[in-house]
Design a protein around this ligand. Structure first.
Ligand SMILES: *[C@@H]1O[C@H](CO)[C@@H](O)[C@H](O)[C@H]1NC(C)=O
Ligand SMILES: *[C@@H]1O[C@H](CO)[C@@H](O)[C@H](O)[C@H]1NC(C)=O
Ligand SMILES: *[C@@H]1O[C@H](CO)[C@@H](O)[C@H](O)[C@H]1NC(C)=O
Ligand SMILES: *[C@@H]1O[C@H](CO)[C@@H](O)[C@H](O)[C@H]1NC(C)=O
Ligand SMILES: *[C@@H]1O[C@H](CO)[C@@H](O)[C@H](O)[C@H]1NC(C)=O
Length: 487
């Protein structure tokens, strides 16, 4: 019997806000990961999908890319592990979900990685896909899940020996949300789902809007004395300097910026960029050197915090340290010429597509207060958020839709979903962190950042992630066994 946690059905009544500005609405999933393991070997295929699964007026189709590896597959009804692709190039997720490659061997499973529509090569209208809101109209999680369902039916019908294969959905971050929702909506197609670092509760007021930035702050607090305080005091220091042209020039030089700050608005962009840098570091605070969003040392926040020990420094001295700290993230390789405040992560990520999704379905309220966290106070302002969305995409977000279609907090009638979350990962704020039933199970990884469990195993993995992976495999075997027994 799984242990149930008491507060699971306690709906938090707090009023929520969000930070407006693009820096705050990207989910920034894990990217490229570093591994010494041989490059995974897969074959690439394309499948003809309906552009619109939910209407019959048009019969347009596109080519969805998917990758297959059957090197460990036993055939004849052996299981299929199906990666529910998220917002980026599927080959990159494939290369970086080492856990699936390691488990394939143990389960004798065939691996399939399906690309999410509108990302990578799976563009419904080719280079016109992002041209306007008409062409973007089919970029929804529901359409993506329908793609997965249709694709799996096709695979079962066409791969010899796969007809009766139990299928398990696996994904991380938004891909983890998709894996969980896929099991909820298509329980006849997948026998279970592993949803790693999947913030399915980061919607409406299910969780307080300041939890996310509170977790980021705790990571910095724990990683060195004076660290979070230094970041907290840096915002005012930037504000003071950016009030004069001379100060703006000094900031541009001190931060080695590619293009100089000219206005106070540019200084706001600098602050948003720094905030996002600290958030990204929290997501990829892994125990070993990795190349995810950026090449980084082991426990990168501890390295960053070495520069941030004295929050009492005068403005310029403090900001020089902040620059050094940011440079750990942007220039660990030593070959970055200048810092570009319009960039924070890898090109494998579909930031543009995610920005559209955040402006339609994926409205995740976020806020900060500068007291419980190290960020400038910013309330969740849905009106401003909606205005920004309308300006950028010509559409308005529907903040209640995700909870309407996927059940929000109340998912108790579903089954066979394993939710894993790392305590260091800011996205654990919206994750399922307590056991809901015997078959809706939460696994906590205290030393884990953003879906550490999905990465290749590593000699420096903490025992908690090793334990989580073992439990994940155990549940997968259980789902497979039960489906065979006809339960
Ligand atoms: C949920 O139940 C599983 C199985 O009993 C257990 O391993 C796990 O620690 C529980 N999770 C939480 C958050 O209590
Ligand atoms: C994935 O790995 C293959 C093999 O190493 C490599 O050729 C390819 O560039 C990688 N793709 C991405 C997007 O990382
Ligand atoms: C990155 O590091 C190299 C080597 O230390 C240095 O020459 C270069 O100026 C740094 N780039 C930035 C933007 O600071
Ligand atoms: C900075 O990044 C933006 C967005 O990726 C890009 O368009 C621009 O060319 C970059 N600027 C420099 C100087 O690299
Ligand atoms: C959750 O949903 C189930 C049925 O799906 C229902 O029986 C239960 O009352 C709901 N609980 C809450 C707290 O809304």
């Amino acid at each position: 019997m799984a242990k149930l946690c008491r507060w699971c059905w306690l709906l938090l009544a707090s009023v929520c806000f969000i930070l407006s500005g693009s820096a705050f609405n990207s989910i920034h999933v894990s990217r490229r990961s570093y591994s010494s393991v041989d490059a995974p070997a897969y074959r690439t295929y394309y499948f003809t999908q309906q552009i619109d699964h939910f209407g019959f007026d048009q019969d347009l189709t596109f080519q969805q890319r998917y990758l297959v590896s059957d090197s460990h597959w036993a055939g004849d009804g052996g299981p299929m592990l199906f990666y529910t692709g998220n917002e980026g190039d599927i080959a990159w997720f494939c290369n970086n979900t080492g856990f699936m490659w390691e488990v394939a061997e143990e389960l004798k499973a065939i691996l399939v990685f399906a690309e999410h529509r509108y990302y990578g090569e799976s563009l419904p209208f080719g280079d016109q896909s992002y041209s306007d809101s008409k062409h973007l109209n089919y970029l929804t999680s529901e359409q993506a899940l329908a793609d997965f369902a249709v694709l799996i039916r096709h695979l079962k019908g066409s791969i010899p020996g796969a007809q009766d294969s139990p299928v398990i959905a696996i994904g991380g971050s938004y891909g983890g949300m998709l894996a969980a929702w896929f099991r909820m909506k298509y329980p006849d197609i997948v026998v279970g789902a592993l949803a790693a670092s999947a913030p399915i509760w980061q919607f409406e007021q299910i969780v307080p809007c300041n939890t996310f930035y509170g977790i980021v702050t705790n990571d910095f607090r724990k990683s060195g004395p004076g660290c979070a305080e230094s970041i907290l005091t840096s915002w005012e220091a930037i504000n003071r300097l950016s009030s004069t042209d001379k100060g703006l020039f000094w900031l541009s030089t001190a931060f080695h910026l590619c293009s100089p700050l000219k206005t106070k608005e540019d200084a706001r962009v600098l602050k948003a960029w720094l905030s996002e840098t600290w958030v990204n570091l929290a997501m990829v605070d892994y125990p070993y050197a990795a190349d995810f969003l950026q090449p980084l040392p082991a426990w990168p926040i501890q390295v960053v915090c070495k520069y941030l020990q004295d929050p009492g420094l005068p403005d310029m001295e403090l900001l020089k340290q902040i620059f050094q700290a940011a440079n750990v993230y942007y220039n660990f390789s030593g070959d970055t010429q200048c810092l570009n405040i319009s960039q924070t992560a890898t090109e494998n990520l579909g930031d543009l597509g995610w920005s559209y999704q955040a402006c339609t379905e994926m409205v995740m309220p976020m806020c900060t207060d500068g007291v419980n966290d190290m960020f400038e106070p910013q309330r969740w302002d849905f009106e401003a958020y909606s205005e920004d969305c309308f300006k950028q995409w010509g559409v308005r977000p529907r903040p209640s839709w995700i909870t309407s279609i996927y059940g929000g907090k109340n998912i108790s009638s579903h089954s066979n979903i394993l939710f894993s979350n790392g305590d260091l990962d800011p996205w654990s704020s919206g994750g399922v962190s307590c056991n809901i039933s015997d078959t809706l199970v939460a696994v906590k990884i205290p030393e884990g950042a953003h879906h550490l469990d999905l990465r290749y195993s590593n000699a420096r993995d903490p025992p908690s992630v090793q334990r989580a992976r073992r439990l994940e495999v155990q549940y997968m075997k259980d789902w497979i066994g039960k489906s065979r027994a006809g339960h």
